[in-house]
Ligand binder design. Structure first.
Ligand code: MSP
Length: 521
C-alpha cells in the first residue's frame, strides 16, 4: 500500500527555528497522526534548506564555514522536532549527497531534453550585501543605505522556460479545483496565471555564490534556490530508484502562504511536468503567525534581545508549559489557512480555561471520586436517566464530526467541539453531584453514583482518544491512568461503550497546573 506521503517546507538554515517553523511542523504532524490513526501508513518528511547566499553570508559573519553553520542549525531544528513530538520519518538536508546527486541528475536530464538555456540575467546588484535586489527592496523609490552602491549587472545564467507550460497548468487548476487548500489560495494562483510567465533563472556564477550545488553540465555555476530546495521532495525518497515509485506522488505538501506563488504552485508543477512526474495531490497552505501585529521572526527576537528589550519568544512556552499545551494552542488558535496572533495572554487564557479548568479538572475529578467512592476501580453503569442520556447524546453528536473535521483540516473546530464535550462532562457531574448522592442510604442513589463514575471514565477515555493527534503525550497519559494502552488506531475507539468497567485507575495527578497571572509590578 502506498504510504500517505506528507512533506513540510524545508527551512532556511541561516537562523534558529521560530514559531512559524514550529507551527508548520506541528500542523503537518497532526495531519500525519490523523492518517495513522485512520489506519493508513504514512511517510512524513521535513528538513533543512542549507544552500544559498544568506547561509553563505551568515556563516561569514560568524567567521565559520557554511557547513559548520548548517550542522549547528540542523541540530537545533532536529531538537525542536523531538521536543515537539514531531513524528517525522525522515529529515532531509540539502547538503547531503543523496540530495545533491538527485539535483544534478534532474538538471542534467532537463538540460539533455533542451529545457534549460544559457541567457542573460539582468538585475540590480548590491556588492556590499552580495545579492541581487528587487524593486520591493526600494524605500521611497531609493535603494536604502544598507545596500551600499547598487549597480545594474548583466551576467550569463541558465534559465528554465515556464511560459510554454502556462496553459497546461491553468487547465490543471480548472480541472482540480481542490488542489490547493484553502480554495481562495487556488484562486490567487489562477489569477497569477493570467499574465505571461518569465523564464526562471536557475543559476548563479560560482565565483559569487560558492555555497551551492554545481551544475553538472557547466561547473562554473551553482543552481539557485528553487531548483535545489523543491527537489528535496523527490530526492529524499530516492528519485531514480525503484523505491521512489512506492511513495511518489506526495499526498500533501504543507507550506506557508509566502511560498505558494510562484514556487510551489507554478515552478514545482512545471518542473515535475518537464520531468514526466505526476503532481502532488494537495498543497496545504497555512497563514502566518504574528506577534503583537508583526510577523514572527527569529531575527526580530534576536535584535530585541541584543537591544536589551524584553520580548517573549513563543518557543519558550514549550519549556515552561510543555509541548502538548503548546501544540494544542497552535491548532486551537489558528484556522488553517488564515493568520493568527500569538500572545501570552491568549495562551494563558486558553490553557487555564480549556486545559486546566475543563480537561484537567475532569480527569482530577475522575481519579478523586473513583478512589473515594469505588475503591479505585471503575464501577459498571446500571442507570440510564436523563442526565446520562444527555451526556451520551453530546458524544453521539460530536463523534460523527471527528473524521470530516480532520479531513477538512478544521482542527480549530475539532478542538473547540472537543472542549464543548469536555465541558458537558463537567456539567453532567455537577447535575449528578455524586459527592452528595454518596451520602444517601438509598440503593438507587448508590447506583447513580456508580453510574456517574462509569460515565465519567468512559467520557474521559473518548476525549483522550480524540485528542491523540494533537496532544499525543497527554492522550497516552490519560489513557494510562485508565489502564488503557495509547490509541494507535481510531477504529472502534471512538465508540461509546463499557470497556472500562472493573479497570483500576492511577494515582491522582494534576495534568495542567494553572498558570498564575504575572504579578503587576
Ligand atoms: N527554504 C524555503 C522553503 C523551501 S521549500 C522547498 C523557506 N524557508 S523559511 O525558513 O523561510 O520558511 C519555512 C516555512 O516556514 C515556510 O512554509 C514559511 O511559510 C513558514 N513560516 C516562516 N515564518 C512564518 C510565520 N511567521 N508564520 C507561519 N509560518 C511562517 O521559505
Amino acid at each position: 500500500m502506498k504510504p500517505f506521503y506528507l512533506t513540510t517546507a524545508i527551512d532556511y538554515a541561516n537562523g534558529s527555528p521560530h514559531l512559524g517553523h514550529a507551527y508548520e511542523k506541528v500542523l503537518a504532524d497532526v495531519v500525519a497522526r490523523v492518517q495513522r490513526l485512520r489506519g493508513h501508513p504514512v511517510h512524513f518528511l521535513t528538513g533543512l534548506d542549507e544552500h544559498g547566499t544568506k547561509v553563505q553570508q551568515s556563516a561569514k559573519a560568524r567567521g565559520i564555514e557554511p557547513q559548520a553553520l548548517c550542522d549547528t542549525v540542523a541540530g537545533e531544528f532536529q531538537a525542536l522536532c523531538r521536543t515537539l513530538h514531531i513524528s517525522n520519518d525522515d529529515f532531509v538536508r540539502t547538503t547531503e549527497p543523496r540530495h545533491q546527486k538527485v539535483v544534478r541528475a534532474i538538471l542534467q536530464k532537463l538540460h539533455d531534453q533542451g529545457d534549460l538555456y544559457l541567457g542573460e540575467y539582468r538585475g540590480f546588484y548590491s556588492a556590499r550585501q552580495e545579492q541581487f535586489l528587487l524593486e520591493k527592496d526600494k524605500v521611497n523609490g531609493e535603494w536604502p543605505e544598507i545596500f551600499g552602491e547598487v549597480v545594474e549587472v548583466v551576467e550569463p545564467n541558465y534559465f528554465f522556460p515556464l511560459e510554454k507550460h502556462r496553459a497546461w497548468l491553468s487547465d490543471f487548476l480548472r480541472d482540480n479545483p481542490e488542489w490547493i487548500f484553502p480554495s481562495f489560495r487556488q484562486k490567487q494562483v489562477v489569477e497569477f496565471l493570467k499574465e505571461p510567465l518569465n523564464d526562471l533563472c536557475i543559476s548563479r556564477p560560482r565565483e559569487r555564490l560558492a555555497w551551492g550545488i554545481p551544475l553538472p553540465f557547466d561547473e562554473k555555476y551553482v543552481t539557485y534556490v528553487w531548483f535545489d530546495a523543491l527537489v528535496n521532495y523527490v530526492s529524499a525518497i530516492g528519485y531514480g530508484t525503484p523505491e521512489f515509485g512506492e511513495k511518489w506522488p506526495a499526498d500533501a505538501h504543507v507550506i506557508g502562504k509566502d511560498i505558494l506563488v510562484p514556487p510551489h504552485a507554478v515552478y514545482w508543477p512545471i518542473m515535475l511536468k518537464a520531468l514526466g512526474l505526476p503532481l502532488p495531490r494537495k498543497l496545504l497552505v497555512h497563514g502566518w503567525w504574528f506577534s503583537g501585529g508583526k510577523k514572527e521572526s527569529k531575527t526580530d527576537i534576536e535584535k530585541a534581545k541584543a537591544a536589551g528589550v524584553k520580548i517573549e519568544n513563543p518557543l519558550d512556552f514549550i519549556s515552561t508549559h510543555g509541548a502538548d499545551p503548546f501544540r494544542y494552542f497552535l491548532l486551537r488558535e489558528m484556522v488553517v489557512g488564515q493568520d493568527a496572533d500569538f500572545s501570552a495572554t491568549q495562551f494563558t487564557a486558553r490553557y487555564n480555561s480549556e486545559l486546566a479548568d475543563d480537561l484537567g479538572n475532569c480527569v482530577a475529578r475522575l481519579l478523586n471520586m473513583v478512589s473515594r467512592y469505588s475503591g479505585g476501580k471503575v464501577p459498571a453503569a446500571t442507570v440510564d436517566e436523563d442526565p446520562e442520556r444527555t451526556l451520551r447524546a453530546e458524544w453521539e453528536k460530536f463523534a460523527p464530526e471527528i473524521y470530516p473535521l480532520c479531513e477538512g483540516f478544521q482542527f480549530h473546530a475539532l478542538l473547540e467541539k472537543l472542549n464543548g464535550f469536555v465541558k458537558s462532562i463537567n456539567r453532567y457531574l455537577d447535575v449528578r453531584s455524586p459527592w452528595k448522592l454518596a451520602k444517601s442510604a438509598d440503593p438507587a442513589d448508590q447506583a447513580r453514583v456508580a453510574t456517574s463514575l462509569a460515565l465519567l471514565a468512559e467520557s474521559v477515555r473518548l476525549a483522550a482518544a480524540t485528542l491523540a493527534p494533537v496532544m499525543p503525550d497527554t492522550s497516552a497519559k490519560i489513557l494510562a491512568l485508565l489502564s488503557q494502552p495509547p490509541v494507535e488506531k481510531w477504529d472502534g475507539q471512538l465508540v461509546w461503550g463499557a470497556r472500562l468497567a472493573g479497570a483500576s485507575l492511577g494515582e491522582k495527578v494534576i495534568l495542567f497546573p494553572k498558570i498564575e497571572a504575572e504579578k503587576k509590578a
